[in-house]
Design a protein around this ligand. Structure first.
Ligand code: SF4
Length: 394
């Protein structure tokens, strides 16, 4: 059967800018080594590199898959120890590009095969990829074509025909709803949440049968609703917002100096554990600036659409409710970072791309912050979908 390729329209424009990169992927976070490369590096015979390689790699005992089998050691500046004094990769220089491990070969690309389709996307933790993803004024669009070639690093997900249709119905609905610009992002997410609550109440068989009809119904709802009419019927929950803000901005530990700086400066005059009123007043003061800034709205939309395209297939197995919480928590944390800093950072497209890129890089390799955010939400008596919905209104 002929294979197809699905990718965002900007995908082929990506090219690493190497030395001109303001936040190289060879520093500032854990760099995973897949099992095959790790073993190859351990047994390397080339005298020019074998000792350096052995010294600078280590096992990653916390790794959950073979792709996270090992990691490169970092120096005191958090740089990969395989970089030379000119910041060039000694593995690539000595052994050639083919010797690079999975992470260094594909990053910031994600290539997966779902049934007969190769899906290609980019990650917002790379500054150059983040510009391509986030600065699409008209919204992200996708190209489907015959597949010509594909890399050998493709993860393969196989679904039955009916599961595949269900996956497509849901993902197309999520993306169409997120790009429905008549409404605020909050309302778009709210309607996705209502659809998910509805569908998860059905038996698995009924979900598959009704997803196409229900997703059309909820898109019609977005068409028919007056701007933010639905959101107005929901309450705000400042207590959950302040707890989340306190954990994420004041307690979450990361090595990223810029992330620490913007997290510290957000809501810096407010005691987030004690003063909920001051927090609510702050949000009310700057809410309009956040809502009326079209750069913020477009960048958040593109961020979420990219998250759906790249992550939905992974989370789907753990239910749509889990994915919805994942989406809303990422959105809420990013919104807190932006609103918390709106009175002292000029929120233009360049600074916003930087905030999203640093947020992704500081958080995407850490499962802790997401799990902790879920724990904070779980303290409340609502169901998990309701908890995520209650985070939306500010
Ligand atoms: S972060 Fe992106 S642009 Fe920067 S060095 Fe890595 S791949 Fe290249």
């Amino acid at each position: 059967m002929q294979k197809t390729e699905l990718k965002p329209s900007y995908y082929d424009q990506f090219a690493c800018i190497g030395g001109a990169c303001e936040d190289t992927c060879c520093a500032g976070w854990r760099i995973d080594i897949d099992k095959k490369s790790y073993q190859k590096y351990k047994n390397e015979k080339n005298l020019a590199i074998k000792d350096v390689l052995k010294k600078n790699i280590q096992r990653n005992r916390q790794g959950q898959t073979d792709l996270q089998y090992g990691k490169f050691k970092l120096d005191t500046d958090e740089k990969c120890t395989m970089l030379d004094e000119e910041n060039l990769c000694t593995i690539q220089k000595t052994l050639g590009e083919k010797a690079l491990c999975h992470t260094c070969t594909v990053y910031p690309r994600q290539n997966i095969q779902i049934n007969q389709t190769f899906e290609k996307s980019l990650d917002t933790s790379c500054p150059e990829a983040a510009r391509l993803i986030l600065l699409n004024k008209e919204g992200i669009d996708f190209i489907e074509d015959e597949a010509i070639q594909h890399t050998s690093y493709i993860e393969h997900v196989e679904k039955t025909e009916i599961e595949y249709q269900y996956f497509w119905d849901n993902r197309i609905f999520f993306i169409s709803a997120l790009q429905h610009r008549k409404h605020s992002i909050e309302t778009r997410l709210l309607v996705i949440g209502l659809y998910i609550k509805k569908i998860e109440n059905l038996s698995i068989k009924e979900r598959m049968k009704q997803s196409s009809y229900l997703s059309t119904h909820y898109l019609d709802l977005l068409n028919q609703l007056e701007e933010d009419e639905l959101l107005a019927t929901f309450q705000t929950y400042p207590l959950i917002q302040t707890k989340l803000a306190h954990y994420f901005l004041k307690e979450f530990n990361t090595d990223s100096a810029y992330f620490k700086e913007i997290a510290t400066s957000a809501f810096n005059s407010i005691d987030l554990l004690e003063d909920i009123i001051a927090f609510s007043e702050f949000i009310n003061t700057y809410k309009k600036d956040y809502q009326n800034n079209s750069d913020i709205q477009i960048i958040l939309e593109n961020y979420l659409v990219n998250l759906v395209f790249t992550k939905y297939f992974e989370s789907e197995a753990k239910t749509n409710i889990h994915f919805f919480s994942y989406l809303v928590i990422h959105f809420s944390l990013l919104r807190l970072l932006i609103i918390g800093n709106i009175n002292h950072i000029d929120m233009n497209s360049q600074s916003l791309v930087k905030i999203v890129q640093k947020f992704t890089k500081a958080c995407s390799h850490s499962s802790i912050y997401f799990d902790e955010a879920v724990n904070i939400l779980s303290e409340k008596e609502f169901s998990i979908a309701s908890q995520a919905i209650h985070l939306l209104k500010i």
